[in-house]
Every structure is written in C-alpha cells, then in structure tokens.
Design a protein around this ligand. Structure first.
Ligand code: MIG
Length: 713
C-alpha cells in the first residue's frame, strides 16, 4: 500500500497496481498519511469495515434502491441490466462507489476506484456493521474530508471534474416509447401534442427506427425520408433522439460490422476471436471501448445520425447487457435434448429451467471476453464497470466533433467519471407507486456521484401506467433536468393525453409549468457546473434534528425550494415537515399563490390538478411565461416570487443555450436583490442578460403581507 495526498481535503491509498480509469483528475503526491480505513486482504478479495453507532448514517452509492440513508440494505456495485427493480434488487445499471459515513458527528467521504464488483453490506446482516468487499486487490481508496456533508461532496466533485452540460433544449419535455414503430406513429405523437396544445421538445426513438436493430441505420421501410422528417420537426422546435445499443450485428456487408472486424475493434474471446453474444440484432460483437482507437472509430459513426439532423442520442444496453452467448445456449439446448423422453425429477427439472430462464447477463459471460489496457489483458469482469462509461465517452467525443456545439446524450450504464460526458436515466423502472418514491430518494445520491442531467422514465417504463400515477410522477419530474415520459412496448400507452380529457388537462398544465420553471432549473444547473454542490439535497444535509433525519420523502432543490411530492395513490394531501417557516406555493399558468406556513409538521393539501412546493425564507425564485418549446421560451418579463422578511437575493444564470462558452465562464447573469424596508421593499438589479427587459416580483413576508414590485431593466 502506498498513501498519497491530493489536496488539503483529499488523501488516499493505492493497493496493488490498479488499472487507470480516467476518473480522477489532478495530481497525487506520495506521502505518509495516517490510515483512515483499514483494508484486509483474503483470498484475492479486500475488505473494509466500519462500526456504526445507532445514529450513524451512510449516504451515496448513486443509482441504487433504498433510502437516502443507505443503511439497512445490501448493495452490489456492478453494472447490470435487470429490468424488474423489485424490493430485493441489489444492483442497477451504474457503479457509483462514492459514499459518506457518519461517525458520531463527523462525516467522511470515500471513493473506491475499482472497476469490478464491490459489495456493500450497510448494516444489513449486522445492524451496527458496515462491510465492504472489493473483488480484487488492485484499487485506490480516496478519503474526502470537509466541514459538512455538503462540503465533502463539493470536495469530491473537485477531483472527478465538472459535469456534462446539455443544450438548453435538453431541459424541455420529451416523449418516448418503445413501440412507435413507424414514422407515421411518431408523426401522430407530434400531431397529437399539437392538437392538444401540449408543449413538446422532442421524441426519443427506440429500437423501432433501426433496420434489423443495426446501429447507425434507419429502416427504409418504416422511416422513409427520415432526413426530411427530422428537419420538418426540428424546424418546429421538436427534436428526434435515437437510441444506440452497444452490440453490433454480425452481418456480412453491414459497414459497421465490417469496419469493426477490419480495424480489430471488437472485444476478443479466449481464443482471440471476436466474442459472440446475442442481443437485439441476434448475434453481435461488442466494440472494445477501452481502446482509444475504437472509441474514436465508434464516435465517428455518430456522424451518420448528425448528418440526418440529429443532435441527441441515448446509449442503451451498455452494461453490456447480453441475452445469451453461444456456449450457454448450446448447453441449455443440449440439456433440453438430453431430457427429452425422460421422467425429470424436480431438481433436474429446476436445473434445466434455470439454464433457460437465467440465461441473460450471466456472470460467466463477462469472464469470456477480454480487454487490453496498457499492454495487460483483463477479462471484462475485471473492468466491467468501465464499459458503458467508455462507450459514452466515445459517443460524446464523436458528437462534439460532428456538431461543434452541445448535444443531448444520456446513457444507461454508468460509473462515476462518466458524468463528464453525459447524463443518465435511471433505467427500466416500473409503473409502480414505489418507483415514484424511489425516484425521489435517488435524486440526491445521483448528484453526489456527479450526475446532474438525470431523470427517471416518468410514468414508469414497465407495466401499465395510469392517469393518476403519471400525473403525480409529473409533479416530481418537472423539477428534474431530464424530463422524459417513456414506456415499454406492450404496456398501455402513457402519453400525457392517453388517459382521457381530465388527465390530459392536468398534464398539459404541468408541462407548461415545466417551461415556466426552466429558467430556474437551467440556472441551477449552470451554477452547479460553476460552483459545485447539489441540485437535490436531503433535508438533513442542511437542517438538524430527529424529524429532519426521518424526512426522506422531501427534498431541497437548489437553495430556494423544498419539494414534497405525493407518491401514494388516492392521496389528496400529505404531511410535510418544515424545518423552518416556509411559503407554500401553489404554482399555475394563470396564477401563482403563496401562503406562509409555520415550522414543524404541516398538512399539505395537494390535489391531482395542482402543482405545489415550498419556497424557503429570505429567498427569491424566478420563473417565466409558459412556452411550447425552449426555442420560444422568453425571458423578457422575468417574474420572481419571494418570501422575504429581511433580504433575499437570487442570481439567475443563463447563456446562449448551445455553445461551450460556459467553459470560459461566459454566462448571462441577473442578480436580483430584495431588501425589506419600512415602506415595503427595495429592489436592486444587476443584469447582463440582454433578453430580460422587465422584472416583476411578488413578495410575501411572515405576516402574509404581499407586495408587488416591478423593475425595468
Ligand atoms: O432490453 O430499447 O432501458 O429504455 O426502451 C430492453 C428497448 C432494451 C432498455 C432500455 C429501455 C428501452 C429498451 N431497452
């Protein structure tokens, strides 16, 4: 073991000789540092142990099930495509090995840089023990300190780098569905949004658009004249965002396959032949994204899409998901043939059944193909969690090269570090109320892992959604940077207009409200990029007390808002804990109303046709007029609501929405300050945003007195 120091807040230890991952930025200096964690090694695995007192909490672990406090569960960090996220699932699509452990009142952050399996037993088997098992001996542990949990997170983000920034249009509302089979289906969606007067920023295209599930192809039969089609829609402010899968169809004459073979771009099996697995296209090869030349080659393929007018892509199945491989299928089929005519006992029958039923994503597949990094050969299992990350890095480099401006890019598989290149969606959730609740609880840990362009399949991916669930889900999702309604083929349709006039009306209103919120969401995104911090924060990171620690179904957004969404069926309200006085905001396209609520437990009445949230004390919150898309979103009459007893300030960040100017610190900034005086309020504005002409404020104080103000800019 060798210890090192990165800066005054980050130290660490290197064990064995870890593979380079590209996750951590910045220099390390070898230096003796006192040991913060003890690592035990046994039989090729490494173990870290923490004792937990009854009160200690553990936060982090990114995309995962469980609460904000991760205690009481067992997790595996290994990118996996496992579609039904039942209560007992231990891993999802990402591997986010950053966590914070409280030890009495002192919290410490840890990041384990290791690309294969790590398991976390966070007080699960033994209530007061936190056990980590690393499936190897070559890894790095970073210890991140800070004055508070928030500070630790900021310090961690400094060593992993700033997140990807999507274009402003990436903050609009997107419709998606696996099963818009033809251009006509997509056209119908577009037309129906128009007809029903529902804003729409874009439509995600799932596998349906491809020819035989081949990446970088468009079906001539089902999507004829695609280029013109995509242009027509884009001219009207509606983008198409096609899917790309990791597996490349094995087919003579298919250019990507042939180039891949020629350029030696595919991962190899034991014998040095391209590994064969089966996914959507049938038999495929997987590009070796751990190779730089392969990333460059694959990244260039996105030109096929950009040439068609595409400016956004989603990368899927990049854990990589495998339906079966040749060997396992053969074994299963042989076993079935051998069973023919036999009187199978129950256990042999279960064995046989298992051979087929659990043939997807078997552990051994990832031991059957290899990567070479720095001259050393590794099984995919050993580098598993980097695969999706590097696919998405490849896509990001390719899209940037082609478009020379910002693009939308999300990936399903991820690990920490990938946040530099794209956002993530949270994968195949279900149309269950419990998954709406899960969505709410996962948001802070995704931010902690560096991901900001995040969102869940709103309405639920698998299973049949319904109007009530969709609407409640929208009431949360309209605050997430990525807002997408997506569902699986075979489930009922769940577009905002799919559940009758009433629900259509509620969703129309919510989506319009989303556009009103975009200035704030976008501003918070850019500010986080510049300054670090969280967009979604558990209450307990900012307030103290027993009630706050238990309030895991509420969420702070930015420094201004507290969200308390409904995640139960048939609810007309819920209890909300206010750690201090806040203003309950009822937000609508016609009217925004405020009422100050006392601290402590409050009952919030919250009907299906409303949008409610809280505004914190001495804070200002900006919004604008609704719009049908980002292209037409106007800031000329920027509005603020404020709850101000003394003084409050908000600085709105904005930019051109598409260039990389932000990297040079080029933003439009609008600083608005409201100071309470004897007569009312004094308003100061400092503005560099050319689009803002007028600012109007509606301010409330703790006496519930409301005053309106207007400033010409
Ligand atoms: O095996 O492309 O998570 O969003 O609709 C399913 C079809 C493959 C999984 C993705 C989902 C997408 C689906 N894909």
């Amino acid at each position: 073991m060798k210890s090192f120091i990165m800066n005054e807040n980050v130290t660490g230890y290197i064990y064995g000789s870890p593979v380079k991952t590209g996750i951590i930025l910045g220099e390390t200096t070898f230096k003796e540092v006192p040991l913060k964690v003890e690592v035990k090694a046994e039989a090729g695995h490494s173990f870290i142990h923490f004792d937990l007192t009854q009160r200690d909490r553990v936060f982090g672990l990114g995309v995962n099930l469980g609460g904000m406090n991760k205690r009481g569960r067992y997790y595996r960090s290994y990118c996996t495509d496992d579609a039904l996220h039942h209560e007992d699932k231990t891993t999802l699509y990402g591997a986010h090995n950053f966590f914070i452990v409280e030890d009495d009142d002192v919290s410490t952050g840890y990041f384990i840089e290791f690309p294969s399996m790590i398991t976390y037993d966070v007080g699960f088997r033994r209530i007061d023990e936190f056990d980590i098992e690393i499936y190897g001996e070559d890894f790095t542990v970073y210890v991140i300190e800070g004055e508070s949990i928030k500070d630790i997170i900021v310090n961690f983000h400094k060593i992993i780098g700033k997140p990807y920034v999507p274009p402003k249009w990436g903050f609009g509302f997107f419709q998606s569905r696996w099963g818009y089979e033809t251009q006509n289906d997509v056209m119908n969606v577009y037309n129906t949004f128009k007809e029903k007067d529902i804003p729409l920023e874009g439509i995600y295209l799932d596998l349906d658009y491809m020819e035989d599930f081949k990446d970088f192809s468009v079906s001539e039969e089902r999507f004829k004249g695609f280029k013109k089609f995509s242009k027509t829609l884009k001219d009207d402010g509606v983008r198409l965002i096609p899917i790309i899968d990791a597996g490349i169809k094995i087919e003579e004459g298919y250019n990507i396959y042939e180039e891949g073979i020629e350029g030696n771009h595919f991962v190899l099996d034991e014998e040095g032949k391209p590994y064969v697995a089966a996914v959507w296209p049938g038999k495929v090869h997987f590009p070796d994204f751990l190779k730089e030349e392969t990333r460059a080659w694959f990244g260039d393929q996105y030109k096929f899409l950009t040439d068609l007018g595409i400016e956004g892509v989603w990368n899927d199945m990049n854990e990589p998901a495998i339906f079966y491989d040749e060997k396992s299928l053969e074994e299963a089929v042989d076993a079935a043939i051998a069973a023919k005519g036999k009187n199978l006992g129950v256990f042999p029958f279960f064995d046989l059944k298992d051979k087929f039923q659990n043939i997807g994503n078997k552990d051994e597949y990832y031991r059957r193909f290899f990567h070479t990094v720095d001259g050393k050969r590794y099984t995919n299992e050993e580098l598993h969690n980097l695969y999706g990350y590097y696919m998405t890095k490849s896509a990001s480099l390719g899209l940037k090269k082609q478009l020379e401006k910002r693009f939308v890019l999300i990936s399903r598989a991820s690990s920490i570090g990938m946040h530099k290149y794209s956002g993530i969606w949270t994968g195949d959730n279900s149309s269950w109320w419990s998954h709406l609740e899960l969505n709410l609880k996962m948001l802070p840990s995704l931010n902690m892992s560096g991901f900001y362009y995040i969102g869940a399949d709103t309405g639920g991916f698998g299973g049949n959604s319904n109007g009530e669930l969709l609407t409640r889900w929208m009431q949360l999702s309209i605050f997430t940077p990525l807002l997408r309604n997506h569902s699986a083929i075979g489930c009922v349709n769940q577009e905002p207009y799919a559940f009758g006039e009433k629900i259509t009306g509620f969703n129309r209103e919510l989506i319009k409200e989303r556009y009103m919120l975009i200035p704030y969401i976008y501003s918070e995104y850019l500010k986080n990029w510049e300054k670090g911090g969280l967009m979604f924060t558990p209450l307990s990171f900012e307030f103290w007390g027993e009630e706050v620690m238990g309030a895991e179904d509420q969420l702070l957004m930015g420094n201004e808002l507290m969200l308390a969404p409904i995640y139960k069926s048939n609810a007309r309200g819920r209890y909300v804990y206010l750690p201090e006085k806040m203003t309950e905001v009822s937000f609508g396209t016609d009217e925004v109303t405020m009422r100050v609520e006392k601290e402590g437990l409050n009952h919030l009445s919250y009907e299906l046709d409303e949008l409610k949230f809280y505004l914190r004390r001495n804070r200002l919150f900006p919004y604008t007029k609704p719009s049908m898309n980002v292209k037409n979103l106007l800031l000329d009459e920027l509005k603020f609501i404020g709850y101000v007893d003394e003084e409050a300030e908000y600085e709105l960040y904005d930019d051109d929405g598409e260039s990389f100017g932000y990297e040079e610190g080029i933003f439009f900034k609008t600083k608005v300050k409201a100071i309470k005086t004897e007569e009312g309020y004094d308003i100061q504005v400092d503005n560099t945003n050319p689009n803002i002409k007028k600012i109007s404020l509606t301010l409330i104080d703790s006496e519930n007195e409301i005053i309106e103000k207007e400033v010409q800019v």
